[in-house]
Design a protein around this ligand. Structure first.
Ligand SMILES: [Zn+2]
Length: 153
Protein backbone atom coordinates (compact mmCIF):
# COMPACT_ATOMS: atom_id res chain seq x y z
CA UNK A 1 0.00 0.00 0.00
CA UNK A 2 1.33 3.36 -0.96
CA UNK A 3 0.15 5.17 2.17
CA UNK A 4 1.88 2.65 4.36
CA UNK A 5 5.16 2.98 2.48
CA UNK A 6 4.97 6.71 3.02
CA UNK A 7 4.45 6.22 6.72
CA UNK A 8 7.54 4.04 7.02
CA UNK A 9 9.51 6.72 5.21
CA UNK A 10 8.41 9.24 7.81
CA UNK A 11 9.35 6.86 10.61
CA UNK A 12 12.90 6.67 9.31
CA UNK A 13 12.99 10.43 9.02
CA UNK A 14 11.88 10.78 12.63
CA UNK A 15 14.77 8.64 13.76
CA UNK A 16 17.30 10.86 12.08
CA UNK A 17 15.74 14.18 12.89
CA UNK A 18 17.17 16.57 15.43
CA UNK A 19 14.44 17.53 17.85
CA UNK A 20 14.67 20.82 19.67
CA UNK A 21 14.16 20.95 23.41
CA UNK A 22 10.95 22.85 22.81
CA UNK A 23 9.49 20.10 20.66
CA UNK A 24 10.63 17.24 22.81
CA UNK A 25 8.89 18.90 25.72
CA UNK A 26 5.67 19.10 23.70
CA UNK A 27 6.03 15.50 22.65
CA UNK A 28 6.40 14.38 26.22
CA UNK A 29 3.16 16.18 26.98
CA UNK A 30 1.40 14.27 24.22
CA UNK A 31 -0.91 11.67 25.67
CA UNK A 32 0.15 8.13 25.01
CA UNK A 33 -2.61 5.59 25.21
CA UNK A 34 -4.01 5.44 28.69
CA UNK A 35 -1.91 8.22 30.17
CA UNK A 36 -2.11 11.90 30.96
CA UNK A 37 -5.18 13.84 29.82
CA UNK A 38 -7.02 10.73 28.72
CA UNK A 39 -6.65 9.16 32.15
CA UNK A 40 -7.72 12.38 33.82
CA UNK A 41 -10.88 12.43 31.74
CA UNK A 42 -11.62 8.79 32.46
CA UNK A 43 -11.23 9.25 36.17
CA UNK A 44 -13.44 12.37 36.12
CA UNK A 45 -16.09 10.42 34.18
CA UNK A 46 -15.87 7.60 36.67
CA UNK A 47 -16.32 9.99 39.61
CA UNK A 48 -19.32 11.57 37.88
CA UNK A 49 -20.89 8.14 37.58
CA UNK A 50 -20.58 8.05 33.79
CA UNK A 51 -19.42 4.49 33.35
CA UNK A 52 -19.94 1.62 31.01
CA UNK A 53 -17.48 2.86 28.43
CA UNK A 54 -14.67 0.96 26.78
CA UNK A 55 -11.24 2.37 26.03
CA UNK A 56 -9.06 2.29 22.89
CA UNK A 57 -11.70 0.35 21.04
CA UNK A 58 -9.97 -1.37 18.16
CA UNK A 59 -12.98 -2.52 16.20
CA UNK A 60 -14.43 0.97 15.84
CA UNK A 61 -13.20 3.41 13.18
CA UNK A 62 -10.41 5.62 14.51
CA UNK A 63 -10.02 3.52 17.67
CA UNK A 64 -11.80 5.95 20.03
CA UNK A 65 -10.07 6.66 23.33
CA UNK A 66 -13.38 6.34 25.17
CA UNK A 67 -16.38 4.64 23.63
CA UNK A 68 -19.97 4.35 24.85
CA UNK A 69 -21.44 1.60 22.73
CA UNK A 70 -25.10 1.92 23.64
CA UNK A 71 -25.04 5.70 23.19
CA UNK A 72 -23.01 5.31 19.99
CA UNK A 73 -20.69 8.00 21.34
CA UNK A 74 -17.00 8.08 20.46
CA UNK A 75 -14.74 10.36 22.53
CA UNK A 76 -11.25 11.33 21.48
CA UNK A 77 -8.59 13.07 23.54
CA UNK A 78 -6.16 14.85 21.26
CA UNK A 79 -2.66 15.88 22.19
CA UNK A 80 -2.30 19.57 21.33
CA UNK A 81 1.01 19.20 19.52
CA UNK A 82 0.44 16.13 17.33
CA UNK A 83 -3.11 16.96 16.37
CA UNK A 84 -2.50 20.67 15.76
CA UNK A 85 -4.67 22.23 18.47
CA UNK A 86 -6.13 25.53 17.23
CA UNK A 87 -5.94 27.02 20.73
CA UNK A 88 -2.29 26.20 21.29
CA UNK A 89 -1.07 26.70 17.75
CA UNK A 90 1.30 29.57 18.44
CA UNK A 91 2.72 28.18 21.67
CA UNK A 92 3.60 24.85 20.13
CA UNK A 93 5.08 26.09 16.88
CA UNK A 94 8.29 24.14 16.28
CA UNK A 95 11.42 26.26 15.87
CA UNK A 96 13.41 23.67 13.98
CA UNK A 97 12.32 21.40 11.15
CA UNK A 98 9.08 23.33 11.16
CA UNK A 99 8.16 22.23 7.65
CA UNK A 100 8.54 18.59 8.60
CA UNK A 101 6.39 18.95 11.72
CA UNK A 102 3.76 21.06 10.01
CA UNK A 103 3.39 18.44 7.28
CA UNK A 104 3.12 15.69 9.82
CA UNK A 105 0.58 17.58 11.91
CA UNK A 106 -1.43 18.43 8.78
CA UNK A 107 -1.56 14.73 7.94
CA UNK A 108 -2.83 13.96 11.42
CA UNK A 109 -5.51 16.64 11.09
CA UNK A 110 -6.64 15.23 7.75
CA UNK A 111 -6.82 11.75 9.27
CA UNK A 112 -8.76 13.05 12.30
CA UNK A 113 -11.28 14.76 10.02
CA UNK A 114 -11.67 11.59 7.94
CA UNK A 115 -12.23 9.49 11.05
CA UNK A 116 -14.83 11.92 12.29
CA UNK A 117 -16.83 11.94 9.06
CA UNK A 118 -16.59 8.18 8.75
CA UNK A 119 -17.95 7.72 12.28
CA UNK A 120 -20.72 10.24 11.70
CA UNK A 121 -21.64 8.49 8.47
CA UNK A 122 -21.98 5.31 10.53
CA UNK A 123 -24.33 7.18 12.84
CA UNK A 124 -21.92 7.56 15.72
CA UNK A 125 -21.63 10.78 17.66
CA UNK A 126 -18.16 12.17 18.08
CA UNK A 127 -16.71 14.38 20.80
CA UNK A 128 -13.12 15.61 20.61
CA UNK A 129 -11.30 17.15 23.54
CA UNK A 130 -7.93 18.83 23.37
CA UNK A 131 -5.52 18.14 26.19
CA UNK A 132 -5.57 21.87 27.05
CA UNK A 133 -9.32 21.55 27.67
CA UNK A 134 -8.80 18.92 30.33
CA UNK A 135 -7.11 21.02 32.98
CA UNK A 136 -8.45 20.77 36.53
CA UNK A 137 -10.39 24.00 35.97
CA UNK A 138 -12.06 22.84 32.78
CA UNK A 139 -12.48 19.09 33.05
CA UNK A 140 -15.95 19.39 34.59
CA UNK A 141 -17.16 21.07 31.40
CA UNK A 142 -15.89 18.12 29.41
CA UNK A 143 -17.64 15.68 31.72
CA UNK A 144 -20.87 17.71 31.46
CA UNK A 145 -20.69 17.64 27.65
CA UNK A 146 -20.31 13.88 27.65
CA UNK A 147 -23.10 13.58 30.20
CA UNK A 148 -25.41 15.60 27.93
CA UNK A 149 -24.69 13.32 25.00
CA UNK A 150 -25.45 10.25 27.10
CA UNK A 151 -28.70 11.79 28.33
CA UNK A 152 -29.85 12.23 24.77
CA UNK A 153 -29.95 8.49 24.18
ZN1 LIG B 1 -4.45 22.92 23.00
Amino acid sequence: MRAQGKRYGIKRLVETIQVSENISRSMRNTPQKGTGPELKLRSALWKAGLRGYRVNVRNVVGKPDIFFRRARLAVFVHGCFWHGCPHCKRNLKPKTNSHYWETKIDQTRVRDAAVRSELEALNYRVLVFWECELTAARIDDAVALIGNELDRV
